[in-house]
Write a protein that binds this ligand. Structure first.
Ligand SMILES: [Zn+2]
Length: 463
């Protein structure tokens, strides 16, 4: 029998499922609420006083917000008659969810968890990380923060350390990161390759990432590796386009043998469309080849300057274009008219002392915005979505509600997922109980570990 859990006495439940009578606009906030999940799925959301179970071991205060959702998703506008009908139907509820056995046995009573009036939010959805790598770049960070030039090789130093690491070392490090994410409330996360940059090394990274998440992105087009950059075939001519020719030759490898090796383990393809990385033409080649291989498209763009990343992403119907720090009015308009999510990565600007992207401008234009960590050893070595929320509120013009939505439902949109990022019947039981009465505390109390309890797919996450 799958585990059944009732989380009740929730002072503020952020559902991301707005309905009449709920507060907070898109957050769909319910007060004095409860959530029931059966195995890995949420089966009921509503007022704690309306809990559809015969057994309630926790005294809950009467709700002043008598709105919920039935298991079929229809709103439950309660009345006394409706209430008694609901009790009658409670025993039949498992049959409606398709989980009762043929004997019609009643389901086991749920484990009851008292949230003590605290806030509960959907698990964070981190739609952009680079979590499989070797080494770290603390010295580079310290030098940057000291205003000193740092001569070591940036991404290429991580590529060298990653290639030198054994598969077991990478797997153990990744497992530690997964614990780090989950205990901080991140229950869905994407992982990109991009520190291998050879056929065998990229294949190894996507394969390892696939062991811990379905959301794996092939990012062979991260940077041009040293062996191509330094290849005398491209350098000896001494022409200004030598670097372009090295990149072209590397892209030939990416769209050929490397894509063929990585696509079976990946769900997405990505390219770093930026001056110093790949041109729009090279990025297009990679993204179109990935799409032809059945992968969804994502783009790194407009991080370091105005470029064509956003336009390319929109034209190709990308799920997301990530960074979006430097945008023209045309870029904003194109995003607003598209289904492409603008994913903002505040940890990067924080850790590199660059100007933050203007989330307000995007939101006011009607663009769907996601927040993600970009967790990587060079430009943003944080896995804390709460930190990203706090920075987005402090420095990017987002309200606490907008930032939380972007870090949960926005991330789900960036991954084109309807089963995560919201708390409603049918979604995966990914919940975070905060040690706070309100989601506002995520930004109001920056740096404080407010995650009290986490359930991922219905299972408690050990801390
Ligand atoms: Zn990135």
């Amino acid at each position: 029998m799958p585990r059944r859990t009732l989380v009740t006495n929730i002072g503020e439940l952020v559902t991301n499922d707005p309905q009449p009578g709920r507060e907070g606009g898109p957050l769909g906030i319910l007060r004095d609420a409860a959530v029931l999940f059966d195995g890995d799925r949420i089966v009921w959301v509503g007022a704690a006083s309306d809990t559809p179970e015969p057994h309630r071991s926790v005294d809950v205060r009467p709700s002043s917000h008598p709105y919920g959702a039935n298991i079929d998703g229809s709103p439950a506008h309660e009345s006394a008659a409706h209430e008694s009908a609901r009790h009658e139907s409670a025993a039949r509820e498992p049959a409606r969810s398709g989980r009762a056995d043929a004997s019609g046995a009643t389901p086991p009573e749920p484990e009851v968890v008292d949230a003590g009036g605290r806030a509960v939010i959907p698990g964070f959805v981190d739609s952009h990380t680079h979590l499989v790598f070797g080494g770290d770049r603390a010295e580079e960070f310290a030098a940057r923060m000291s205003g000193r030039a740092y001569e070591a090789g940036g991404i290429r130093s991580t590529v060298a350390a990653t290639r030198a690491a054994s598969e077991d070392e990478l797997r153990a490090r990744l497992a530690a990161f997964v614990v780090e994410l989950r205990t901080q409330g991140t229950t869905t996360f994407e992982i990109k390759s991009g520190y291998g940059l050879s056929v065998a090394d990229e294949e190894r990274l996507v394969r390892l990432a696939r062991e811990v998440t379905d959301e794996v992105t092939f990012l062979g087009a991260h940077v041009v590796p040293a062996e191509f950059r330094d290849d005398p075939r491209f350098r000896d001519a001494g022409t200004p386009d030598a670097a372009d020719r090295a990149a072209d030759a590397y892209v030939d490898l990416v769209v050929g043998e490397m894509l063929a090796a990585c696509a079976p383990h990946a769900h997405w393809v990505d390219a770093f469309c930026e001056r110093g990385a790949f041109t729009p033409e090279q990025s297009r080649r990679v993204l179109e080849a990935g799409a032809a291989a059945g992968l969804g498209v994502r783009v790194h763009g407009n991080q370091l300057g105005a470029g064509e990343g956003v336009r390319l992403a929109v034209e190709l119907g990308a799920a997301s274009v990530d960074h979006c720090t430097y945008l023209s009015d045309a870029d904003v308009a194109a995003l607003a008219a598209s289904s492409t999510v603008a994913t903002l990565l505040p940890g990067v600007e924080f850790s590199t002392r660059q100007p933050y992207p203007d989330a307000r401008r995007l939101l006011d234009a009607g663009v769907t915005v996601a927040l993600a960590s970009d967790c990587n050893p060079g430009s943003s070595f944080t896995s804390s979505m709460a930190f990203c929320v706090a920075v987005a509120v402090r420095d990017m013009g987002m309200t606490p509600a907008e930032a939380l939505w972007a870090a949960t439902a926005g991330g789900a949109a960036a991954l084109r997922r309807a089963d995560v990022g919201a708390i409603r019947p049918g979604t995966r039981a990914d919940l975070v109980e905060l040690d706070a009465p309100s989601h506002v505390h995520l930004a109001y109390r920056p740096g404080v570990p407010l995650v009290r309890r986490v359930w991922a797919a219905g299972e408690p996450v050990a801390d």
